[in-house]
Write a protein that binds this ligand. Sequence first.
Ligand code: NFE
Length: 503
Amino acid sequence: MKVDLGPITRIEGHLNVHTTVEGGVVTDARCMGEMFRGFEIFLQGRNPLDAQQITQRICGVCPYAHAIASSYAQEQAYQQAVPPNGRILHNLIQGANHLYDYLLHFYQLAALDFVDITAILKYQGKDPELTKVKNWVKAELASGKPFPAAPFLPRLSGNYIANTELNIGAIKHYLDALEIERKANQASAIFGGKFPHATAIFPTGCTQKPRIDLITTYVSLIQEVRQFIHDTYIPDVAAVAAGFPNYWEIGASKGGFLSYGLLPLSPKPGGERLFAPGVLLDGSVQKVDFERITQDINNARYSSPTGLKVRDATLTPAPHKADAYSWIKAPRYGGKMVEVGPAARVMIDYLQGHNPKVKSLVETFAAKAKIKPRQLNSVLGRHLSRAICAAVIADFLLEEAERLDPAGPTMADLKIPASGEGFGATEASRGALLHYIRIENHKIARYECVVPTTWNASPRDDQGTPGAMESALIGTKVANPEDQMESVRIVHSFDPCLACAVH
Ligand code: NFE
């Protein structure tokens, strides 16, 4: 039986997944990016300093990651030194964005796959926000509208949390999280200028000066966010894990893992990062080599050559290409399929014994849930990995803010060379993000972005190997093949962003 899961909601952008189900098991899955954008084409011929501004428009959720990756790429191309404040400001802006994004994903995009929103109808308390939601859901359901109470309802059939108190508590946290997310964004905007699409981020730093009052406001906002992460977010992730332990076994991808490492600890190019980079293939972590990244396009709607390296990449749209089924390319590392994202970031750091906080959080949660660290490759593992990242990043940002020097320069005096090239790699919330810039005659001659959801939601590569999300879906047992709550939980655990994937 063939079942079309699209349009998948509670994600960014337009994703469809065609599944084949036989005997209650998903035997095939095809992820389809359903739009074309073409940023890499219209960047050509522009001033290189437009790149960190324009590439932010790839996405309204992770714009800073694009600005930072672009800035790193330009720093390499310009061969200019980065002042300590510049790197710290980049980190403070990007790190706060990660905190916002993890909370947004868990509460607004994923939690209602587990939390029973109809429990709100039984609410008897006096909280004005919950009462408002209750009255609204009630009125919507009575209205006879075809889609009442969107975005909460309608929903897929499946097993939700049964306990009324737990459900109502989670709905309250859904509402509280919105305010905390606003504070995380406010923190980023203090130095970035605004959210989304920061105006202040440049190669080597930022135009905003780190005045003492700004540092103090930033720190107090991050302290509030950190408190919420520990008091609410981590316990809620643990509650979902306790209620749905079978999801430690569901949704494992069947390839390797890649992380570029996140948040440089010094302005030195190639220096240590808070989360260590690496590629995990066949059980061992190796050093990342950008030259090993290629992009297959036999199954994507492009007529440009397939299998090209990042610096050679071209983009020729071919909307009517026979047999192609997605606008997403298929990036591969040394020809191998890899998953990127929070689970990759945490496992790759953990396996290298790099960050003691990552190690301790992984081991604490693994012991509580009675799982092995490799089971971070699962639906629950991706949720837990985001929570671990959030805890580690929040602590780091509070220390990092103290390292700002209010009297020091915040960026270099930029000089765009006539020619040059650079790679800029970071971890967006959803995973490994690489930008490549080539400058000729002071203008952008080529620009290429290899983006997290491009890896995760990739179609088959030229060898026929499924992408990470496709591989995680194939083999899944589904209780109701028409609805496939299990498949949707798997897709949501990757937090796909199709706007980014096709860029
Ligand atoms: Ni549009 Fe993004 C992140 C990037 S994902 S959200 O995180 O880069 O492909």
